[in-house]
Design a binder for this molecule. Structure first.
Ligand code: ADP
Ligand code: ADP
Ligand code: ZN
Length: 227
């Protein structure tokens, strides 16, 4: 500390089942509020692609739709959180997903002199998640997310953001794995809604509407949470 007054950087959590729209909304919040999106799913997929030890351990677990071990995920998140760009403030997308991860995050943030501004629960029906996940694809160049029906590219096969033409679909976005991911969500992640409610940090958002309407609701919540 140098004696000047510093405001702790905002920390927002997007809670919600697979396909709820966490990634889509997190990218919009990044642009709007100058925050950094931290997606443990993206970090794990990068580790798998790079063939690191963590990636090797995570690959089969992710393909089966189960949760990667707390130890691996917490280590990956801790390292990422300590990179310089995170000083702007972060949106956690897909982390924490278990009570052990939530407790580890509390400790990590306390050590860094930071705290959670809000944990925002995107509330979506299971049937809607399946529809959203089964139409999901992303730009291989910039990572922008799309949907066959709900957010198609303006020009077939070409990314609106960067002009990239290599579109990717995730190996785990298939019917069997989605069922397992939903089960993992209900058993292991949904209890975090109560966890954050008891801390007074929970905000609920009906996420059944269209992308723009949800973004509006979210902006209002975030504005108040980081003020
Ligand atoms: P998550 O990160 O929670 O798994 P995504 O943001 O990747 O979810 O969204 C899943 C899919 O649903 C993507 O194809 C995305 O374009 C689409 N999507 C996101 N939000 C909505 C929405 N409100 N209505 C319809 N489709 C949506
Ligand atoms: P989605 O939001 O569609 O479920 P993610 O990209 O967040 O997708 O996660 C994909 C997979 O990565 C999960 O099914 C799980 O195997 C693993 N994963 C991501 N984040 C975590 C986490 N915090 N803890 C454990 N496993 C995780
Ligand atoms: Zn792109």
């Amino acid at each position: 500390m140098d004696g000047t007054t510093t405001t702790a950087a905002p920390v927002l959590i997007l809670l919600g089942p697979p396909g709820a729209g966490k990634g889509t909304q997190a990218r919009m919040l990044e642009d709007k509020f100058g925050l950094v999106q931290l997606s443990t799913g993206d970090l794990l997929r990068a580790a798998v692609a790079a063939g690191t030890d963590a990636g090797k351990a995570a690959k089969a677990v992710m393909e089966a739709g189960d949760l990667v071990s707390d130890e691996i995920v917490i280590a990956i998140l801790r390292d990422r959180l300590q990179e310089d760009d995170c000083a702007k403030g972060v949106i956690l997308d897909g982390f924490p997903r278990t009570t052990v991860q939530a407790e580890a995050l509390d400790t990590l943030l306390a050590d860094m002199g930071q705290k959670i501004n809000a944990a925002i629960s995107l509330e979506v029906q299971d049937s809607e998640m399946v529809t959203r996940i089964s139409g999901r694809f992303t730009c291989g160049s910039c990572g922008e997310g799309y949907h066959d029906t709900f957010k198609p590219t303006a020009k077939d096969g070409t990314c609106d953001k960067c002009g990239g033409t290599e579109m990717k679909r995730r190996a785990d976005d298939n019917a069997e794995t989605v069922a397992q991911r939903l089960e993992a969500y209900h058993a292991q992640t949904a209890p975090l809604i109560t966890y954050y409610d008891e801390k007074g940090a929970l905000k609920r958002l009906d996420a059944m509407g269209d992308i723009a309407a949800i973004a509006n609701g979210l902006n209002t919540i975030v504005q108040a949470a980081i003020a």
